[in-house]
Design a binder for this molecule. Structure first.
Ligand code: DSN
Length: 417
């Protein structure tokens, strides 16, 4: 990070960036959708590739001077195709929301029917929420989870056959269990629907075999690149050759202008990292750490939606403590743990208040946190929930968090002067 260069011209922003670095260093980061990129990925984001306009696609641009940018973008495409075993990848979407928007623009007309997972049950805004373009322009039906917190595939099938959507969306932002893509494909076939799998959360796990893959089942696969995949912030759409031209056209000129080529360069670096054997080991550790964290919380009297986890995340259900996700996520911040409030299935509270807190292990696993650390973190969280009004106790818990952070320095090569 070339912080000195920023400092020379703009000390105010440099100081704020350094404060943010300090916050990240001294916080146990449990937001399930966040991660810490490698220095190489971060460096690629801050390069001359940011200067180039490259509307269009490699070999077919609207601007001159794109020969080298083309090589970068093709390298990103080839690496992610190899990583997931897909025929086509568009690496230009600025985010996961844009990746999803491209698929919907390509395959649907306004008013068409879609079926997605309810946001309050673990879905995503772009899967049909009334507050999002996907709910505003399309006729949406939702599926959710059963009382145990699992997707009920019989119920999904029933809704799909009643609603007859043109597109079924699977994939989630807050679902701790394995997603059965084969079952979704069978349902989509019965309903005569296309299937889109949004694997934003689990992409790194899918790439390394730690979660079953939707390849071969879903017509469209979308992902972000910054969660378990540990790249820069961004999105990707993957599909078969049959849909390649349509998806490319939907991304540009359909919904975006010039792609962020510096971010595409950073995506390429991240995909190279994800193709290494060490990344498989990292993904296995994410899942292992999540399981231990879940077991520790349960052993300390904390309820989890679905009673545990198969992947990188879990949702604490606070209802028995009569506490809200909003309050507890704020109090966790006092003990230097960052997490986010999250609805639980059939939540009596609004999405701004909620009865749950979502936790995930991708970021702390990158830092090097291990089994024994997960046990300590689980105890800190349980103690925080039970002693949320005891400031003295909270101060002691904060010390414990800081001690853990000190054990695993973050970006040790960035020196604050
Ligand atoms: N829904 C966000 C999350 O999972 O944090 C990502 O869009």
């Amino acid at each position: 990070m070339e912080i000195e260069k920023i400092k020379e011209f703009d000390n105010e922003i440099a100081e704020l960036i350094l404060k943010e670095l300090d916050r990240q260093r001294n916080t146990i980061e449990l937001i399930a959708s966040e991660n810490f990129t490698s220095p190489a990925v971060m460096a690629a984001c801050g390069t001359v590739a940011t200067n180039k306009y490259a509307e269009g696609k490699p070999g077919k641009r609207f601007y001159n001077g794109c020969e080298i940018i083309d090589e970068i973008e093709i390298m990103a495409q080839e690496r992610i195709k190899k990583l997931f075993g897909v025929e086509h990848a568009n690496v230009q979407p600025h985010s996961g929301a844009q990746a999803n928007m491209a698929v919907l623009l390509y395959i649907l007309k306004p008013g068409d029917k879609i079926l997605g997972m309810d946001l309050s049950n673990g879905g995503h805004l772009t899967h049909g929420s009334p507050a999002n373009f996907s709910g505003i322009y399309f006729d949406v039906a939702f599926y959710g989870v059963d009382n145990e917190g699992y997707i009920d595939y019989k119920e999904v099938e029933k809704i799909a056959l009643e609603h007859k959507p043109k597109l079924i969306i699977c994939g989630a932002s807050a679902y701790a269990r394995t997603i059965d893509f084969k079952k979704f494909k069978e349902i989509a076939d019965k309903a005569g629907a296309y299937l889109m799998a949004d694997i934003a959360h689990i992409a790194g796990l899918v790439a390394t075999g730690c979660h079953p893959s939707p390849i071969g089942y879903a017509d469209f696969i979308t992902t972000t690149t910054h969660k378990t995949l540990r790249g820069p912030r961004g999105g990707v759409v993957m599909c078969s050759q049959e849909h390649a031209a349509g998806i490319d056209k939907a991304v540009f000129p359909g919904i975006q202008g010039g792609p962020l080529e510096h971010i595409i360069a950073a995506k390429a670096v991240a995909f190279k990292e994800a193709l290494k054997p060490e990344f498989k080991e990292y993904s296995e550790n994410i899942v292992k750490n999540a399981k231990i964290l879940a077991q520790t919380l349960i052993a300390n009297g904390i309820d989890l939606v679905s009673g545990g986890t198969d992947n990188h995340l879990m949702i604490i259900d606070l209802r028995k403590f009569d506490k809200t996700g909003k309050d507890i996520s704020n109090i966790l911040e006092k003990v230097n743990i960052t997490a986010n409030k999250n609805t639980v299935p059939n939540d009596p509270k609004s999405p701004f208040i909620t009865s749950g807190v979502r936790l995930g292990t991708p970021a702390i696993t990158t830092r090097g946190f291990k089994e024994e650390d997960m046990k300590i973190i689980g105890e800190i969280i349980a103690e925080t929930i039970k002693n949320s009004e005891n400031e003295q106790k909270l101060a002691k818990l904060k010390e414990k968090s800081l001690e853990l952070c000190g054990k695993y320095p973050l970006y040790p090569d960035i020196v604050q002067t």
